[in-house]
Write a protein that binds this ligand. Structure first.
Ligand SMILES: [Zn+2]
Ligand SMILES: [Zn+2]
Length: 347
């Protein structure tokens, strides 16, 4: 049993090799509650890098469910809550209840979504990264929230523009940034990175570290372990004071007065047409996810035209009669209510 005071709530975002090790660490520390977030299912290839996915019957099940099941048995002091979803599809009320977000992600697009959540909700992130080209090296980075550097601050202006365009534009971007995914890290590198992530993450949290910083290390020659500070980039768009956020239950119209609109971060595709068979349908999916996974419900093909993408709905819009979950928005989410424009947006 742990003699330390309760460590509160945390989330692990990304349940691959790093996520498995983070899970073990948080379990041993008896953290009070942990959200386990990953949309994927266990594949046989995951078993080479992820100890807990060797559990009998794990293959084919959501990674989040497998770890939550093991967690309840092995680490019963912790409440394990599985969320088999992408981070951008997790309701912000659930994340807001966490004191710290641990990231074990291998894609920068997801890191950027976490940075948005962190700066909007004022939540610290402890991100882990591994470098395997040219030797075994890793880093653990602390992003305290809105007042200090975030992951987006570290991107070049061009890369930032590319990512943000694919996020928020209602129209199709010219191109979606290509990003490498998947790690070929050794189990030792994953274990070392996750261990340092948890060690420093709680240390920085405990002392309320106000600045973004990174501990970088190399396991092979020349050996290295050093701490660097990360400055806030004044041109990063994530640090402006955000409009207040509020939960909404029941129809959106309940929360709106005339002239107001309700807005959320990532646009949804509400209506689309199949370019092959002509069927029109209502995907009710986040636009980026629809572009990746969307298929025609009638013919199954994937040449699709987005007809109605939204990240805001105004008072008086017929869609405002629906509840967030009917539109495909996450459960327990948070929204900004703002004075809207009475102009119809056209494309
Ligand atoms: Zn930033
Ligand atoms: Zn079709």
């Amino acid at each position: 049993m742990n003699a330390e005071p309760a460590l509160g709530r945390a989330a692990i975002i990304g349940l691959g090799a790093l996520g498995n090790e983070l899970f073990r660490q948080l379990g041993l520390l008896a953290v009070e509650e942990v959200l386990l977030i990953d949309p994927d299912r266990v594949e046989p290839s995951n078993q080479a890098k992820c100890a807990f996915f060797r559990a009998p019957g794990a293959v084919g099940k959501p990674k989040a469910d497998v770890l939550a099941g093991i967690g309840r048995e092995w680490f019963p002091e912790t409440r394990w809550e599985p969320l088999a979803a992408e981070i951008a599809d997790v309701g912000w009320q659930r994340l807001q209840a966490c004191g710290l977000l641990f990231c074990g992600l291998d894609r920068d697009s997801a890191r950027l979504e976490v940075a948005r959540i962190s700066t909007r909700l004022g939540l610290p992130v402890c991100d882990g990264g591994m470098i395997t080209t040219g030797g075994a090296a890793g880093r653990v980075t602390w992003f305290p929230g809105r007042g200090a550097a975030c992951f987006c601050c570290r991107l070049t202006a061009r890369r930032r523009r590319e990512y943000l365009q694919t996020w928020s534009s209602a129209a199709h971007p010219c191109r979606v940034p290509q990003e490498p995914g998947g790690w070929s890290a050794t189990p030792a590198l994953a274990a070392a990175t996750a261990a340092l992530q948890v060690h420093y993450g709680f240390e920085w949290l405990r002392r309320g570290e106000p600045e973004a910083r990174s501990v970088e290390f190399r396991l092979d020659q020349p050996l290295r372990l050093e701490e660097v500070r990360i400055p806030l980039d004044k041109s990063c768009p994530f640090h402006a004071a955000p409009p207040p956020l509020a939960p909404v239950s029941g129809p959106l119209s309940n929360a709106l007065r005339p002239g107001q609109e309700i807005a959320w971060e990532w646009p949804l595709c509400l209506r689309a047409r199949c370019l092959d068979c002509g069927a029109e349908f209502e995907p009710r999916l986040r636009v980026t996810r629809f572009r990746r996974e969307g298929a025609c419900p009638r013919c199954g093909r994937r040449r699709l035209l987005e007809l109605d993408n939204r990240n805001r709905i105004a008072h008086g819009d017929p869609l405002a009669r629906q509840a967030p979950e009917d539109l495909g928005l996450p459960a327990e989410h948070l929204y900004s209510i703002q004075e809207g424009f009475l102009v119809e947006e056209t494309e």
